[in-house]
Design a binder for this molecule. Structure first.
Ligand code: ATP
Ligand code: MG
Length: 463
């Protein structure tokens, strides 16, 4: 079997690491921005110092300022290992006094204060200082405009170094947290793995409850439900097994009877006696086929058959009369007075026609069969309540003893000493069909103390 993926574990981890990763990115951005600010603060001071140094080389020629800075001295001033530096000095009237002619013109802002900003020089980004400074550093002297620009290499490097100092430990922390969390979740999910193994190692016949003593509280209700389901399945299996065993047992006797009768008939030479044996065989085969039909009917009307029911509105009054009429020839044959007492109005219920016919047939069959010849059987239909109607079949034969009244509805149960043919399935079928219709059955003695009244109470169909 393929090992199922620990989805829960991955999910939990993704939920933890996803937000952490986003936080880390945001944090890195913020750290970079901050570091760059500090790095600029530090290096801008140096840039300003260079500006002041350059102004010291501006001399006054009468009223005219003049920059007196040799190339060699300038190079020393602008010497830097990492970055390129540029400068430009201009007089108050805007005349260039020296430096780089390609220097971009100063941008707006307060001319009284030195300004630092980002600009570009020959296509490369630079940090720019623009400041008005007095000639020769003398506060009384006229002012000149000094610009010093520097490429950004060391500033960016310093900023990244500072970011790394902050972010690398954080990254390590996250990696460690991931490992710890992964381990923790694995440990936490171990009982679930054990549970899975316990279920997968089981035989399909083993329906005993799963041990819940080390099942985590969160999954316990689920396991309890599964145990409950298995218990129900177990009961169903037991029931089915018993039924199959009973059915086989019940079929065995008539089949052996049939065989014996056939053997007997085979030994006969007299045509008339063979004919008689065949007639007996026919009766036995008929009984057997009824038994098989009843077994099928029981299987068909299991409590789970509700979905297969074809419920439709049906007038119980008219339908019970129709079914009873079929029994008239049989009743006459047994000298039974079969009567019908219907209601005045139709009583509409939701019913499956075929199943309802089977229910009525079985009850009338019993009443006709178990009463004495010359007896009386009555089918009654009436309203019993504002939302119920009652179908009753009463006879005046021997009453079923009180202690047997519940048991005769069980499968294969017959009263001791019952002479008539039968397999004890009729009332079990009746009871199943009644349940499928939401109906309730009672069995009472007749009012005069003899005979039986089987009543079935059906819910009336809402108007
Ligand atoms: N109206 C009745 N009067 C007296 N006894 C009855 C009556 N109905 C049922 N019984 C008793 O209850 C037993 C069970 O009835 P049920 O209809 O389940 O089985 P059966 O009639 O014996 O066989 P089957 O109906 O399967 O042919 C019967 O054997 C009989 O002893
Ligand atoms: Mg019966």
């Amino acid at each position: 079997m393929r090992k199922p993926e620990p989805r829960l574990q991955r999910k939990l981890l993704a939920w933890l690491l996803g937000p952490l990763a986003v936080l880390l990115v945001l944090d890195t951005g913020a750290a970079y921005w901050n570091s760059l600010r500090f790095s600029n603060l530090a290096y801008d001071r140096a840039l300003y110092e260079i500006g002041r140094e350059i102004v010291l080389h501006v001399k006054l020629d009468g009223m005219q300022p003049r920059l007196d800075l040799s190339e060699a001295a300038g190079n020393i001033l602008l010497l830097d290992q990492e970055d390129l530096l540029f400068y430009r000095v201009a007089s108050e009237d805007g005349k260039a006094l020296g430096g780089d002619a390609e220097m971009p013109p100063p941008r707006g802002g307060d001319p009284a204060k030195p300004r630092f900003y980002r600009d570009a020089m020959r296509g490369e980004p630079v940090r720019m200082l623009v400041a008005w400074m007095p000639i020769g550093g003398n506060p009384e002297a006229p002012m000149v405009l000094v610009q010093v620009a520097e490429t950004l290499h060391k500033r960016t490097r310093l900023a990244w170094e500072m970011v790394a100092n902050v972010v690398v430990p954080q990254l390590l922390l996250i990696v460690m947290a991931t490992a710890v969390v992964w381990f923790g979740i694995s440990r936490g999910l171990e009982p679930l793995q054990r549970l899975r193994r316990a279920v997968s190692d089981r035989s399909h016949l083993d329906l005993s409850p799963i041990d819940t003593h080390d099942v985590p509280g969160e999954v316990r209700p689920l396991v309890d439900e599964v145990n409950e389901l298995m218990a129900r399945l177990g009961r169903t299996f037991d029931f089915q097994n018993r039924f199959v065993a009973d059915a086989a047992h019940q079929l065995k006797t008539p089949v052996s009877g049939l065989k014996a009768q056939i053997e007997l008939a085979l030994r006969e030479n007299d045509a008339e006696r063979v004919r008689h044996s065949l007639a007996q065989l026919y009766i036995s085969a008929d009984r057997l086929s009824r038994l098989v039909r009843q077994l099928l009917s029981l299987a068909r009307n299991e409590p789970g058959a509700l979905d297969a029911m074809q419920l439709q509105p049906l007038d119980l009054n008219a339908y019970a009369l129709e079914v009873s009429m079929d029994w008239v020839p049989q009743a006459i044959k047994r000298d039974i007075d079969l009567g019908f007492e219907g209601a005045e109005h139709p009583l509409v219920i939701n019913a499956d026609r075929d199943r309802l016919r089977e229910l009525i047939n079985n009850l009338i069959d019993n009443a006709v069969r178990y009463s004495q010849p010359g007896g009386r059987v009555t089918v009654q239909v009436g309203r019993s309540d504002h939302d119920q109607c009652r179908l009753a079949i009463s006879d005046d034969g021997p009453s079923v003893p009180v202690e047997e009244r519940a048991r005769i509805f069980e499968r294969f149960h017959r009263l001791l000493g019952t002479q008539e043919d039968g397999s004890g399935l009729g009332l079990a079928i009746v009871s199943e069909i009644a349940t499928l219709h939401g109906a309730r059955i009672t069995l009472e003695e007749d009012i005069d103390g003899v005979g039986n009244t089987f009543s079935v109470f059906f819910p009336l169909r809402a108007a």
